[in-house]
Design a protein around this ligand. Structure first.
Ligand SMILES: O=C(O)C(=O)Cc1ccccc1
Length: 289
């Protein structure tokens, strides 16, 4: 697919969010359209208002973004056409009018994942201060910028501080140094992004359910990949939302779904009674630090 056809791209905004930075690094010349929530981004691409959507999928500290995984399983028929890995550094920022008063911060706003990534810092340093979950780190920064009279803070990145003219009062407040997030680029079509320089890794994401009341069913699923020497880089279960103990599984396999071994694995899973859905094969891209 030619790049110029993929010119409208939804992302979790507003501008300067981590998702924006990941999107901009992969699509520097396209029209980027901010949406307030992950479901809105997914709906925008499902209803073809945009060509692609970029949303966070997984964080090294906090794990999966459940909203993204669940929406992809239950609500949307989309494919992953690329993944972007970004380093995440969280900073505490206040309005410039409050910069000398920041020890008296009364409220802190950010995306739930960002607050969780800084849990220890916020717990020990601001134990009595209410934390408010917001739609994104940049939306939180924008809120702080619109309230110069309130001694409130946002947790987010340097770009947000610059864009919304805030003062960073404490840098790198995330609890673990290795903090990366995996973003996925979603499309209605099962295509591969072309003309960009990738990391050289190819991955396929599959979602499946096991046959009911079969002992050792998960073991059988793993054997399907094991004897073919197909490398699994992730397996995770999520509730099916039909009752306690009902799950679907998300698996990442480091191979192209068009390889004969992958096609064989797919057929064998179906023969075992699994329902299987491939989200497609895609390459990995890195956001420059
Ligand atoms: O809130 C943002 O800026 C996002 O893009 C979501 C997010 C939040 C925390 C880490 C990575 C992505």
């Amino acid at each position: 697919m030619k790049e110029k056809e993929l010119n409208k791209i939804a992302y979790l905004g507003p501008e300067a969010s981590f998702t924006y930075l990941a999107t901009k690094s992969l699509f520097p010349n396209e029209t980027l359209i901010p949406y307030t929530t992950i479901p809105e981004c997914i709906e925008a691409v499902s209803s073809e208002k945009v060509d692609l959507a970029v949303v966070p999928l997984e964080n090294a500290i906090e794990g999966t973004v459940p909203l993204t995984i669940d929406y992809l399983y239950h609500e949307a028929e989309l494919f992953i056409v690329a993944e972007v890995l970004s380093k995440i550094q969280q900073h505490l920022m206040v309005h410039k009018a409050q910069k000398d008063n920041w020890h008296n911060i009364e409220e802190i706003y950010s995306h739930p994942h960002a607050l969780a990534q800084c849990h220890k810092y916020l717990f020990y340093r601001f134990s009595k201060v209410p934390l408010h979950q917001f739609s994104s780190t940049s939306a939180a920064a924008k809120l702080v910028s619109e309230n110069p009279d309130r001694c409130i803070a946002a947790v987010g990145n340097t770009s947000s501080a610059e864009k919304y003219n805030l003062e960073i009062v404490e840098k790198n407040i995330h609890d673990f140094h290795f903090n990366h997030t995996r973003f996925v680029v979603l499309s209605k079509k099962n295509i591969r992004l072309q003309g960009k320089e990738s990391e050289g890794k190819t991955k396929t994401t599959v979602m499946l359910t096991l046959p009911e009341n079969v002992s050792g069913a998960l073991h059988q699923v793993l054997s399907v990949y094991a004897w073919r020497k197909l490398d699994l880089s992730k397996i995770e279960s999520r509730p099916l939302k039909t009752g306690l103990g009902d799950y679907f599984f998300i698996m990442d396999i480091l191979a192209d779904e068009n390889e004969p071994m992958m096609k064989g694995a797919f057929e064998e899973l179906k023969a075992l009674g699994c329902t299987v859905k491939s989200l497609g094969t895609y390459d990995t891209y890195l956001t420059p630090e």
